[in-house]
Design a protein around this ligand. Structure first.
Ligand SMILES: *Cc1c(COP(=O)(O)O)cnc(C)c1O
Length: 232
């Protein structure tokens, strides 16, 4: 059983999250992404229509395809944030506004080919495995620059920034240390000024760490549980 909040409670959650972000990073322009895995379309649409949510995050291809036609898409964008197999790119390439989880040249090349075929450019973020955790996807920090340079040569794939799923931290100090490293890497990569690579977006921070994330410069936070309640 999931513990779904009522629409009223969910809208309250969204207001509280926005308020806390403003307190943690006054004046910062932070996009609040509602992460919608396992959430039913009616509640998602209420977040868009009454909660002012303009960005949804999907991390499973099949679930996204099952749900997306029920979404109110006029007023919100969808970013793909989950691990993406190359053979699934064709199913989502015409349906998402950004892919945040590009972590290999092979995946970028597949997006390139598909976008050539359908005639669009795909904005992407490159996912970094900051904790070098074997169980997680994402390029290791030391390989990031080389990957960015290779992707920069693909004219249908436009890098707009970086995405992180940080390791679970046992204490606040550790959390701060990780996010400081994330911010430094983001700033370092911006300073390289790689052709055709922009560093506009730093997507980091989930329900348990978004306030630390915005303190360290994240401008997309991806929130599931704190908006829609606990998943199974
Ligand atoms: C599920 C998910 C989130 C949201 O996690 P919560 O802890 O529920 O806020 C963020 N990013 C990715 C990539 C996810 O898969």
């Amino acid at each position: 059983m999931t513990e779904r909040p009522s629409v009223e409670q969910m809208l309250q959650n969204i207001r509280e999250i926005r308020g806390r972000i403003q307190m943690a990073a006054p004046g910062a322009q932070v996009r609040l992404m509602a992460v919608t895995k396992t959430v039913e379309p009616a509640l998602i649409n209420a977040a868009v229509e009454s909660g002012g949510i303009t960005l949804l995050g999907e991390n499973r291809v099949q679930e996204f395809l099952d749900k997306e036609q029920q979404y109110r898409r006029e007023s919100c964008q969808v970013h793909f944030i989950g691990h993406l197999q190359t053979n699934k790119v064709k199913y989502i390439a015409d349906k998402v506004d950004m892919i945040e989880s590009v972590d290999s040249l092979k995946l970028a090349q597949t997006i390139q080919r598909e976008c050539e075929r359908i005639g669009r450019v795909m904005p992407v973020l490159v996912e970094v495995n900051i904790g070098r955790e074997p169980s997680k996807s994402g390029v290791f920090p030391e390989d990031l620059q080389e990957l960015l340079e290779k992707i920069s040569r693909l004219d249908r794939v436009k890098v707009r920034g970086l995405m992180f799923i940080p390791p679970i931290c046992s204490n606040n100090e550790q959390k701060e240390e990780i996010f400081a490293r994330i911010q430094k890497l983001f700033i370092d990569m911006s300073a390289k000024k790689i052709d055709n690579v922009d560093m506009d977006f730093l997507s980091a921070g989930m329900s348990s760490d978004y306030l630390t994330a915005v303190k360290y410069g994240a401008n997309i936070v991806r929130i599931g549980t704190a908006i829609f309640g606990k998943r199974n």
